[in-house]
Design a protein around this ligand. Structure first.
Ligand SMILES: *Cc1c(COP(=O)(O)O)cnc(C)c1O
Length: 394
């Protein structure tokens, strides 16, 4: 199929839920993607914070290739080694005592909310309320969508799951007033991704922890986007000095293959019984072989140190551009937002035309989430390109 035939077939046969530019990608290597016309693009999207090791990491390719030739799928009716190994790594390197596997971020939050409801009901029957926050994004399934803030995503599909209250993000007094004995869960991203790259304050997360403790509610950290090294620590929650009862993961965990995980404490695990939740595909040998490579490479102090250094360098370069179009630079590690005084989408398109792929987060925020292997030279190239696009836009 040539480029035009591919674009036409998509228009004819794929349900129109995305607006895509007229680019067909054919392959990737490291920090770069290549299209069907042979153009090279510097990738500061990582497929939305997924391909943290870059494209076609050789160790990842070897693991996936060997595992595909050996065993891909048996379902969760049986034991397999890669899943057991991955579970051990996640639990031994986090607050958690057990992990539930699924296939995506939305499913991970779906699991977290189901577990919270069952734990809540083990206290009393009406302990079902869920607290979520403005700007929060938790996925597109009915349960996860119910806790996702953007009305445009939710309203066409109402009625959704009842019992969710939205409160202003980083407003601790509002949360303290709302969290009560009927609250079963509070769900929050330590650093909001889609909502505009908004970090929580330490005071806010610590206050949520205290309020949840006081009312026996579960604190759920959605680290689907910000977790697993992206912010320069293994988990985004670590610098806040607070740990959750449940943490959800997905995007980068298998380096591009579909996986999700809900990590839970022993207290949560004790309430969940065989048959309470499940998945046909989840954490099969292929996806777990991939995830084991991703986890082992990211969970190294020099790797995380480089994310911190390069993230700080990227942030500093952006902060010192002194362009009137930039009103704020925020975020942590290699998850950064550049708030503009103008719409972000035209800048994203202009950067693409110059061979740089970036994301937006909301209407007026550019989001940068390069593979975690990015170098200072590539950061310089990206910053120069973004600056040129902003200068040309005014
Ligand atoms: C992307 C995202 C989700 C949803 O993940 P999917 O794999 O698209 O279902 C949930 N939470 C956060 C914070 C995300 O960034």
């Amino acid at each position: 199929m040539n480029k035009q035939a591919i674009i036409q077939a998509e228009a004819d046969y794929v349900l129109h839920t995305y607006n895509r530019p007229d680019i067909v990608f054919s392959h990737g290597e490291g920090m770069y993607l290549y299209d069907s016309d042979g153009n090279q693009y510097l990738d500061f999207t990582s497929g939305i914070a997924v391909t943290s090791l870059g494209h076609s990491d050789p160790d990842w390719v070897t693991a996936v290739t060997q595992q595909a030739a050996q065993l891909t799928h048996v379902s969760n009716l049986f034991h397999t080694a890669p899943q057991a190994q991955l579970a051990q790594k996640l639990v031994q390197n986090s607050f958690a005592d057990k992990v539930f596997f699924c296939n995506s971020g939305a499913e991970a939050n779906e699991a977290a909310l189901k577990f919270a409801r069952k734990v809540g009901k083990s206290h009393h029957e009406d302990k079902t309320k869920i607290v979520a926050f403005s700007g929060g994004f938790h996925g597109r399934t009915m349960g996860s969508l119910s806790a996702t803030y953007k009305a445009q995503y939710r309203e066409p599909f109402a009625p959704l799951v009842p019992g969710v209250t939205f409160l202003p993000f980083n407003d601790l007094p509002a949360a303290q007033a709302a969290i009560d004995d009927d609250t079963c869960a509070v769900i929050v991203e330590p650093i909001q991704g889609e909502g505009g790259v908004n970090p929580a304050t330490a005071e806010f997360l610590q206050g949520l922890r205290a309020a949840c403790n006081a009312h026996h509610a579960l604190l759920i950290f959605d680290e689907v986007q910000c977790g697993l090294g992206r912010t320069g620590t293994l988990w985004a929650y670590q610098p806040f000095g607070v740990s959750p009862d449940i943490m959800t993961l997905a995007k980068p965990l298998a380096g591009g293959l579909p996986i999700g995980a809900a990590l839970v404490t022993q207290a949560v695990a004790e309430v969940i019984q065989p048959g309470d939740h499940g998945s046909t595909f989840a954490a099969g040998p292929l996806v777990c072989a991939a995830a084991n490579v991703v986890f082992d490479k990211i969970n190294q102090q020099p790797f995380l140190q480089a994310v911190q250094e390069n993230g700080a360098y990227l942030k500093h370069r952006l902060q010192t551009l002194e362009l009137e179009q930039i009103v704020d630079v925020r975020g942590q590690g290699l998850l950064l937002g550049v708030a503009l005084n103008q719409p972000a989408a035209p800048i994203m398109a202009a950067a693409r035309a110059k061979g740089l792929l970036i994301l937006t987060a909301g209407d007026d925020v550019l989001r940068l989430a390069p593979p975690l292997i990015v170098s200072k030279g590539e950061i310089d190239t990206a910053v120069t390109t973004i600056a040129a696009c902003l200068e040309e836009s005014s």
